[in-house]
Design a protein around this ligand. Sequence first.
Ligand code: SF4
Length: 450
Amino acid sequence: MRSPPSVKFKAWPGGRLLDIPQVQALAPDHREAIETVARVLPFRVNRYVVDELIDWSAAPDDPIFRLTFPDRRMLAEQDFEAVRSLVASGDSERLKAAVAGIRARLNPHPAGQTTANVPELDGEPVQGLQHKYRETVLLFPSAGQTCHTYCSYCFRWAQFIGDADLRFATRQMEPVVRYLRAHPEVTDVLITGGDPMVMKTRVLRRYVEPLLDVPSVRTVRIGTKSVAWWPNRFVTDDDADDALRLFEEVVASGRHMALMAHYSHARELQPAIAQQAVRRIHATGAVVRCQAPLIRRVNDDANAWAELWRAQVAVGATPYYMFVERDTGPRGWFEVPLARAVRIYREATAQVGGLARTARGPVMSCKPGKLRVVGVAGAGRDKRFVLQFLQARDPANVGRLLFATWDARAAWVDHLTIEGWDELTSTSTNGGGRRALHLAEGGSHVRLFG
Ligand code: SF4
């Protein structure tokens, strides 16, 4: 298939957001609010999202606008006012200190993201690698730690503000390959970021090719939102065809090649180029599996999810996960109570045919594993959430059921009262078979059954 002519990628960072023509047309106080929040939380948007995905006539209520542009309510009112007045005062030192303080209170590293899962080789940490689940490692290429556009709810937002997370990524594949050879139980490598597809193909190749020399690696996954934020990456970019050839090489090696595509809303699949991107990926033998969090004011609606899953199946992609918004950043603005999340999942599932019912959810990706909220059981004082480990740091816990005290407002595992949690987490082991300590989410008490 021949590619159409190249289209130049253009993005605006937070410091340039007033250059966006559509932003210039917003009311002055709205512009000021966006600029103020963008001093604290990372902002980046590209021209494709601005021109093709956002419905500016519906802003600020448009879901894609909310998915990308800050809202003043993402910060506590006193924090917002403090930043706004410090910007106006021109006192850059005090502004810097205030911003740092606000960021620190927003739990920048949820679930020990940067420390809990770093594996060791010869007594040294393997840079850029995380090994939480026995069969899967996460690989963070240093050149892939940004995104074409930042999601306003991003759970890795700390990476984009110069936080220590960036030092976690790697340029070196030699230690990674040595670790994989020493751990043949690892069959899946998930290349993640940021978004690895921001890398030129020749750079991405440096990370993918060495994996093909490790016989025990059977699946290469790439976590990406480029299919939604910049589908040109697979269609019109200068090296789009090279990327597709790289996928073909992985498939030709007898491995499974999967793009773990982050789609939040059906509109992301409406443009012809977005559908073409998926078709071109599939033509290589790679598959597209789709996942996204359930986000208040963006996609907290059963119809929105049913429409999204139908759109994914229509292009041959597979719905895979509905996640729960994580306990970081502006979670208070975006989180959906678990009770409501379960209802949305069930009502969405009921609307679609069997092939679109493949997404598992709602799922909390927390320290001990991926915990699905299966539903609610009992009534009155016996009412409980039923949870199940879909994936677990200790493989023995996969599939186990947990029961948590009902709480209509609970939106994350640390809002639940579940007996046995401390016992479960203090005795669990991680993917590498080492004993994993200090895994309990703060304040949780879990009852374990099964
Ligand atoms: S694509 Fe993922 S890593 Fe990038 S901004 Fe969105 S949520 Fe964050």
